[in-house]
Design a protein around this ligand. Structure first.
Ligand SMILES: NC(=O)c1ccc[n+]([C@@H]2O[C@H](COP(=O)([O-])OP(=O)(O)OC[C@H]3O[C@@H](n4cnc5c(N)ncnc54)[C@H](O)[C@@H]3O)[C@@H](O)[C@H]2O)c1
Ligand SMILES: O=C(O)[C@H](O)COP(=O)(O)O
Length: 525
């Protein structure tokens, strides 16, 4: 039974789902890094929010870990490259807390417009300072959204309902989508110059870090009010303090900080400054949503291999997973065969599917092909990082789905291009379960790809098979299965043998010297 650690405070709904699905779990929120490191090796899954830091050394200690599930959106607390390198799938729940976070941004916008926290504190202190707290209306004002994805779009919708004009800077927002939502797509400088209120809704990346730098803050309208419910690090906090003090910025509300938990900050106590302790996602509704989603996703993955909302591996539905699984084995074997037989650096791989395979999700099949293909040259390649590693090495990948009728009920073909040219291997599933090679370099040859094997390409000549058998016998190598194929009488022929035990180099040299031999290779599956 797979075992999951819930390492952050989460709605009890997550535990209830693990129990219902038959997944063992422990709930241990608030562990120190060392405590987490000491126990993480016991778990197959890890369910987190933003407090647990899934760093490279935690992942190093996580010897059984298969999946990290983030009950929420941001995954900047997870070292995704390290997780990918270890074959750990990282998932989030991209929509469960979006409405709640958008509402928090709107709430903070109103809090700034009417100075609600200060007015509350003053009133409860018995001061009744009616003349001190003069606010501004939001109606008719311009809201500038930096980032118009899930949360930004919901904020836009709410702001339009409040009769605001909404402009957005988001390089990935299409003009059509902007028109659909009823907002105006602008460049950042235009937004800074026009907005009365600015709200941020981007992840923290190299392109968004310090997007509201001192220079950009100075480009804003005097009296602007700024809300950040996305990630600390999007705004230069020191410059924000300076411009609040100078009166250029009328108000700023931060739910997120560069350093969290933010027990202290130069911004604290600054007039016009409001803060909340990363509460964007903290509503009953959002926490129930994300807890249910993350527990379902982790359970699905550990129990059936279904992949939902993963950030480092293609998705695979629970319904597809059992149908795709046998192809994963076939794909990895064909990739491994093609990789071992490739001569020179691989520059391109084409994965073709025909028959029943053409109806499936091809992405995981491609990942498995590339995993097999790279296995001889990389110890760390796995289904999660294979395509990424291939791209880093400038290996082009193409996927082709054929609707045509074939000799086989289902067929997968892998074609590898090197400086020596293109070579392809193809396989099928016997009984839709068992992987079997059916074609090698365009020659029909059927074989199971298992254990230790010997590949020989030769000219089709009488007596050749006997010489191979003798050479193996003399080297005391027992032949398990023997598969033959040829391009035509007297043409190129292929021998594929499964043998007991390893094939030593001297035997390979002997075989290479046989008359008519073009290529010899010991293969491992
Ligand atoms: N405060 C909280 O508790 C809380 C809760 C939920 C989400 N968040 C954070 O809110 C952020 C947004 O979440 P989302 O669900 O809307 O994400 P999303 O991926 O749907 O949207 C992000 C948008 O940012 C845009 N973007 C990326 N780079 C950009 C750049 N350089 N300039 C401008 N726009 C850029 C993207 O195109 C995308 O449209 C995330 O960082 C998430 O972690 C915070
Ligand atoms: O990215 C998110 O989903 C938010 O930052 C929420 O974080 P939390 O789960 O720690 O509240």
């Amino acid at each position: 039974m797979p075992k999951v650690l819930i390492s952050d405070k989460m709605s009890p709904k997550a535990a209830a789902i693990f129990k219902e699905r038959g997944v063992e779990f422990d709930e241990k929120p608030g562990l120190t890094k060392d405590e987490l490191k000491a126990i993480i090796g016991q778990y197959d899954g890890l369910a987190i929010r933003s407090a647990t830091k899934v760093t490279a050394d935690i992942l190093e200690a996580a010897t059984n870990l298969k999946v990290v599930g983030r009950a929420g959106i941001g995954v900047d607390n997870v070292d995704i490259p390290s997780a990918s390198a270890k074959g750990v799938v990282v998932m989030n729940t991209p929509f469960g807390n979006s409405i709640t976070t958008a509402e928090h941004a709107i709430a903070l916008m109103f809090a700034l417009a009417r100075q609600l926290p200060e007015a509350d504190a003053s009133t409860q202190a018995g001061k009744w300072e009616k003349n001190r707290f003069m606010g501004v209306e939001v109606t008719g004002k311009t809201l500038g959204l930096i980032g118009a994805g899930n949360i930004g779009s919901i904020v836009a919708e709410r702001a339009l309902g409040l009769k605001m004009k909404v402009v957005a800077f988001d390089p990935f927002l299409t003009p059509e989508r902007a028109e659909d939502i009823g907002i105006e797509k602008v460049e950042l400088d235009q937004l800074l110059a026009r907005a009365d209120f600015i709200t941020l809704h981007t992840p923290l990346t190299d392109s968004t870090r310090n997007i509201l730098s001192r220079d950009n803050l100075l480009k804003t309208k005097k009296g602007v009010r700024i809300v950040n419910c996305a990630r600390g690090g999007l705004i230069d906090e020191a410059a924000l303090k300076e411009l609040l003090d100078s009166g250029h910025i009328a108000g700023a509300a931060l739910d997120v900080f560069v350093t969290e938990p933010a027990h202290e900050s130069p911004l604290f106590g600054t007039p016009g400054f409001i803060s909340t302790p990363h509460l964007g996602a903290s509503t009953d509704e959002a926490q129930v949503n994300v807890a249910i989603q993350v527990a379902e996703q982790i359970s699905d993955f550990l129990l059936s291999g279904a992949v939902t909302n993963a950030l480092n591996v293609p998705s695979l539905s629970a319904e597809e997973a059992p149908r795709v699984r046998p192809y994963i084995e076939l794909a990895e074997k064909l990739g491994l065969l093609a990789g071992q037989l490739a001569k020179g650096a691989i520059s391109h791989v084409t994965v073709e599917v025909e028959g029943a395979a053409a109806e499936l999700n091809i992405k995981p099949i491609t990942s498995a092909v590339i995993t097999g293909l790279m296995r001889p040259i990389s110890d760390t390649v796995n289904m999660v990082n294979a395509v990424h590693i291939a791209r880093e090495r400038d290996i082009g990948i193409a996927e082709v789905r054929h609707e045509r009728e074939t000799d086989y009920h289902t067929l997968l073909r892998v074609t590898v291009k090197t400086e020596e040219g293109e070579r392809s291997v193809a396989g099928t599933l016997f009984g839709m379960k068992h992987p079997r090679l059916v074609e090698l370099f365009g020659i029909k040859v059927e074989a199971d790809l298992d254990g230790s094997m010997l590949f020989i390409a030769n000219e089709d000549k009488p007596g050749f098979i006997g010489k191979v058998g003798s050479a193996l016998g003399e080297a005391n190598v027992n032949i398990g299965t023997f598969h033959l194929g040829r391009r035509g009488q007297g043409g190129e022929a292929i021998l594929l043998l499964s043998v007991d035990g390893d094939i030593a180099d001297p035997l390979l040299w002997t075989l290479c010297k046989l008359d008519g031999v073009k290529d010899v290779k010991a293969l491992r599956f």
